[in-house]
Write a protein that binds this ligand. Structure first.
Ligand SMILES: Cc1cc2nc3c(=O)[nH]c(=O)nc-3n(C[C@H](O)[C@H](O)[C@H](O)COP(=O)(O)OP(=O)(O)OC[C@H]3O[C@@H](n4cnc5c(N)ncnc54)[C@H](O)[C@@H]3O)c2cc1C
Length: 431
């Protein structure tokens, strides 16, 4: 009998640490074939001229794939990189290398699961199995105290029950070595221009530099706790806590670091000077799980109204264009949008404010805003983005009063000359 080769299809799990598909493949097979496929679907221009993936996130992705390749090479392996439809690329590589099985992490959102299904069908035509693993959430689905169909729609109930009745698993070890078959053509990582994008300009006003990859993600995690060592929680002038969020979202979204990795760092710091930040971060991770499990439970229900139909209304379209340009005349909203456009990142508070303003004050379909965020956000993640937008629009499944409504009201009450506003939308820009 020949060697057993397992193809590991990397998607939003671009790491070697705590990565079950990679570890399991090294244990079950003689050789492992790690593959990343740039799918043109994610770099298309939408019908309204917007992009599915903007330049900041695309650059972050390219850096993350390059870092994954280096990390695999350090373990003696290699990463095959291709550009094309995964339903063609994965089966073709499987045939070329005599692969006996393909591993991947199961996705939850509609487009991502469609792609998995197409790959699964194409592989099955070659009598090959696509094996699904669960690795994107903090709590493993099997460890939840309820089946997916019975997950509480209320975040508060979900949090209480999960924290009481479930445990987060410990992280998995990194493979000591990876044996790949002889690789003829590992493939070049494309440049931004190959994906139809231009190099984004780094804005000197941005405080955090987002560099893609597991290496930078782990460094960011460490720096977060180091930075916050001396800093007591403080209140901003509008009464909200000054933004000391982790800025880890982009690395989490692409799986450069696992949720468990972040969680166990949190636990380590829960009893030291970082206790406050650690506690907050623990809760934020739960929000992420909540939206992901809500997607699993409610699926396509999140996407019901017709974005194209509303785009046809010229007045609404004009207002939407003003919102996208940060030209609404509401200083905080405009400053937030300017920052989003210039860096790919805004705080959760800013996201709530601009989303609330679009949905409630301008009465524009929330899905148009969500699609805009999909293009711009460096940490875009389908369930987190569409779930939060639906929540802001009052369409979420959490039955309690929507707190975003009150926040949106606050927008008008925020000072017009705060440091944030003067930094990101000076008066002459807003006017
Ligand atoms: C309209 C809207 C759209 C959003 N779109 C996204 C998105 O595409 N991707 C995304 O990761 N988050 C999204 N969020 C949630 C949240 O704003 C960001 O996760 C957070 O601001 C990222 O900054 P951080 O990494 O410093 O987060 P921290 O506050 O440090 O939290 C740590 C991590 O927990 C997770 N998290 C925190 N809050 C939430 C939340 N409300 N929902 C889901 N996950 C959360 C993220 O992975 C985040 O990186 C959205 C929120 C709103 C209101």
């Amino acid at each position: 009998m020949g060697e057993k080769i397992i193809l590991v299809w990397f998607r939003n799990d671009l790491r070697v640490r705590d990565n079950e598909i990679l570890l399991e493949a090294t244990r079950k097979a003689d050789k492992v074939l790690p593959v990343y496929c740039f799918d043109p679907y994610y770099f298309k221009t939408n019908a309204d001229g917007s992009l599915k993936t903007g330049a900041f996130r695309a650059r972050f992705l390219l850096e993350s794939v390059a870092d994954l390749r280096r990390n695999l090479q350090n373990l003696g392996g290699e990463l095959i990189v291709r550009t094309g439809n995964p339903a063609e690329v994965i089966p073709q590589l499987a045939a070329q290398y005599g692969v006996s099985e393909v591993y991947h992490h199961r996705e939850v959102a509609y487009e991502e699961t469609n792609i998995s299904e197409e790959v699964e069908t194409a592989l099955w035509n070659q009598r090959l199995n696509l094996k699904h693993f669960i690795g994107h959430t903090l709590y493993h689905k099997e460890d939840l105290p309820f089946p997916i169909k019975d997950i509480p729609d209320s975040f508060a109930v979900f949090k209480k029950k999960v924290e009481r009745d479930s445990d987060v698993r410990t992280g998995l070890p990194t493979p000591e070595q990876i044996h790949t078959p002889e690789i003829i053509d590992a493939g070049e990582i494309p440049a931004l221009k190959d994906l139809g994008l231009e190099e984004p300009q780094d804005d000197p006003r941005a405080r955090v530099k987002f560099t893609g990859g597991e290496t930078a993600g782990l460094a960011r995690l460490e720096a977060y706790f180091a930075d916050n060592q001396q800093v007591a929680p403080t209140k901003g002038r509008n009464g909200s806590t000054v933004d000391r969020s982790s800025k880890l979202g982009a690395w989490i979204a692409l799986g450069c670091i696992s949720m468990r990795e972040v969680y166990w760092a949190v636990v380590k710091h829960e009893n030291d000077k970082n206790a406050h930040h650690a506690g907050m971060l623990r809760m934020e991770l739960l929000w992420r799980d909540y939206f992901r499990f809500m997607f699993k439970k409610h699926g396509k229900e999140y996407f019901t109204t017709d974005v194209q139909a509303e785009a046809a209304l010229p007045e609404k379209q004009r207002l939407f264009e003003q919102w996208k340009a940060g030209n609404t005349g509401v200083p905080f909203v405009d400053a937030s949008i300017h920052k989003l456009n210039a860096t790919g990142y805004i705080s959760n508070f800013s996201r709530q404010m601009v989303a609330g303003y679009l949905v409630r004050d301008l009465d524009i379909d929330w899905k148009k805003g969500a699609a805009y965020f999909e293009e711009k956000l460096i940490d875009y993640s389908p369930a987190s983005n569409w779930g939060n937008w639906a929540f802001v629009a009052g369409l979420g499944h959490d039955p309690r009063d929507n707190k975003y409504f009150n926040l949106a009201k606050q927008a008008g009450e925020l000072e017009t000359n705060s440091e944030f506003i003067s930094t990101w939308a000076p008066a002459d820009v807003i006017a």
